[in-house]
Design a protein around this ligand. Structure first.
Ligand SMILES: [Zn+2]
Length: 154
């Protein structure tokens, strides 16, 4: 089984969040940190980073696992409600960085290849990099929506 890495990129990003130094930080949920992706090639692409540094879902105690999946569902719904995509892709891979996280990709019919997974499409470019200033409104909308959903659903 994959091991959680010693120098973990996701643990480093969580440290940035705790120090107020992550420009894509949206909100803290009971089990994770909800952030915008570094690339906005898919407008509204976000992630939920698990607070507990394990490689896989199966390594979380059962109740924590359910709580984490609930938070994934809330974050996915928040993204969908804010950016109104054609489809949501909700994925957990972690092959490159084995620290449990979910990718929340809003998908659009205007994409070049809307039926294919994002991973086979072009690599992010500088043009699509998250810009903290222009993302301000999106961050505020997502923050508002995740807070509303947490009040409504929990
Ligand atoms: Zn980690």
């Amino acid at each position: 089984m994959a091991q959680h890495p010693t120098n973990c990129e996701i643990c480093a990003r969580i440290q940035d969040i705790k120090q107020g130094a992550h420009s894509g930080f949206i909100a803290q949920l009971p089990t994770g940190f909800f952030v915008l992706g570094d690339s906005q090639q898919w407008h509204g692409y976000a992630l939920l980073l698990c607070k507990t540094p394990v490689p896989d879902l199966e390594e979380l105690p059962w109740q924590m696992r359910l709580d984490f999946l609930r938070d994934v569902a809330l974050c996915s719904e928040a993204v969908a409600n804010v950016v109104r995509p054609h489809k949501m892709n909700v994925e957990s891979l972690g092959n490159a960085v084995p620290h449990l996280h979910f990718h929340l990709f809003p998908r659009y019919l205007t994409e070049v290849e809307p039926t294919k997974p994002v991973w086979v499409q072009t690599s992010p470019t500088e043009e699509t990099a998250l810009d903290a200033q222009s993302a301000g409104e999106l961050l505020a909308l997502l923050r508002e929506e995740i807070e509303r959903l947490q009040r409504e659903r929990i």
